[in-house]
Design a protein around this ligand. Structure first.
Ligand code: 5AD
Ligand code: SF4
Length: 376
């Protein structure tokens, strides 16, 4: 009988796609997907570090495997991803849970196959060199009609709350020729939606003199076949008119833009190191709406960032009303070790963050209700 695997993925689409790569390695070795975690011979947790809650869930869910591993010593348990790209967290997991066999971070993803073959009893692989993107890894797509296609990785922005630049390294773009080849194959294989992925897609190409993101979108759209194109995520400071024009005029592009604003207060945006103002952001929104009729605009918002007063928060509510988003991902600020905001004064109590996040979610419902009734 074939051996099986089970992968639990936390976090963003990039992680989902990286789990597809882990699955690709396992499939190539003859493993099949298990329907239940308990039945699998190889159990993988691909972790996320963006907020404390995501990390707590990993500690809880991995910890719960103690009994299973005691009864089945032959099973391999691996923990990888953004959480284990932080040295202290990787070491903590290693010490707390002696039944984990393999721990490695995002920078070592491409070594997964090598790690599976290791004869040492336990393995903790940590390194800070992000040069390899795992480009040659096989992958096994698991997202229905959608094919995730990674175009760049890493982030140079250092928003003061965010752990991503530390666990994903600096921006690195893939060669456009490789991206186009991958899309061509996905389209040939019948995928109907191609979603181009990167922490900051609008920076595509800037690190290596490649074509611009707008040009890449056009080239991808020129591939023959019946498919649509989406992309995420855009940073408002880098979203240029040429990209808006491609979305507006190219029939292959979904009329959707995810544009995280994070806050509606200039004072907080500055403390977040977002490098744009509310006025600049609204200018982009107006351009998008003017050029793309019926466009779907979504956003991310953080409430309770250090120093956020009631007045700052009200400004975020005003902005939400003004834009009339089609979807909002609202998060309570979560302190991340090693970031600039960790050391900022004015940390907001949890109960206030809770009230504010609920207000944003209610506001979103209200707006959606109005949109449905055609009052907007
Ligand atoms: N706390 C809360 N939310 C965060 N995000 C990133 N870092 C944090 C943090 N420390 C949110 C941002 C980002 C989204 C992916 O996650 O809104 O756009
Ligand atoms: Fe994090 Fe800001 Fe980079 Fe997005 S742009 S990944 S929020 S540092």
């Amino acid at each position: 009988m074939s051996k099986t695997y089970f992968i639990t993925t936390y976090g963003c689409q990039l992680n989902v796609h990286e789990s597809e790569k882990l699955a690709g390695v396992l499939k190539q070795r003859g493993f099949l997907p298990a329907t239940k975690l308990e039945d699998a011979d190889v159990i993988v947790f691909n972790t996320c570090a963006i907020r404390e809650g995501a990390e707590d869930r990993v500690f809880g869910n991995v910890g719960a495997l103690k009994k299973l591993k005691r009864a089945h010593k032959e099973k391999i348990i691996a923990v990888c991803g953004c959480m284990t790209q932080q040295k202290a967290k990787a070491e903590k997991l290693y010490e707390m849970f002696p039944f984990i066999d393999i721990i490695f971070g995002t920078s070592n993803l491409y070594k997964f196959e090598e790690f599976l073959d290791k004869k040492t009893k336990r393995l903790l692989a940590y390194d800070e060199d992000f040069n390899l993107l795992g480009e040659d890894m096989p992958f096994y797509r698991t997202s229905g009609e959608n094919a995730w296609v990674n175009i760049m990785q890493g982030c140079n922005n250092f928003c003061t709350y965010c752990i991503v630049p530390y666990v994903r390294g600096r921006e690195r773009s893939r060669a456009s020729a490789d991206i186009l080849k991958e899309v061509e194959k996905a389209v040939k294989d019948g995928y109907k939606l191609i979603t181009l992925l990167g922490q900051n897609v609008n920076s595509y190409g800037k690190d290596c003199g490649e074509i611009s993101f707008a040009e890449l979108l056009t080239k991808v759209s020129e591939i023959e076949g019946d498919f649509k194109i989406a992309f995420m995520t855009s940073h408002p400071k880098d979203l240029t008119s040429d990209v808006i024009d491609v979305v507006a005029n190219n029939p292959k592009l979904l009329k959707e833009i995810h544009l995280p604003v994070q806050s509606g207060s200039n004072r907080i945006l500055e403390r977040m190191n977002r490098k744009y103002t509310v006025e600049k952001y609204l200018g982009i929104i107006d351009e998008i709406k003017a050029k793309i009729p019926n466009v779907r605009i979504t956003t991310d918002i953080i409430v309770g960032f250090p120093g956020e007063t009631e007045e700052d928060f009200e400004k975020t509510c005003d902005l939400v009303r003004r834009v009339g988003y089609d979807g909002i991902f609202a998060f309570m600020y979560s302190v991340r070790e090693g970031t600039v905001a960790e050391k900022m004064d004015g940390q907001v109590p949890e109960n206030i963050k809770n009230i504010r996040v609920n207000k944003i979610l209610n506001l979103e419902k209200e707006i959606k209700g109005k949109l449905k009734n055609g009052n907007n």
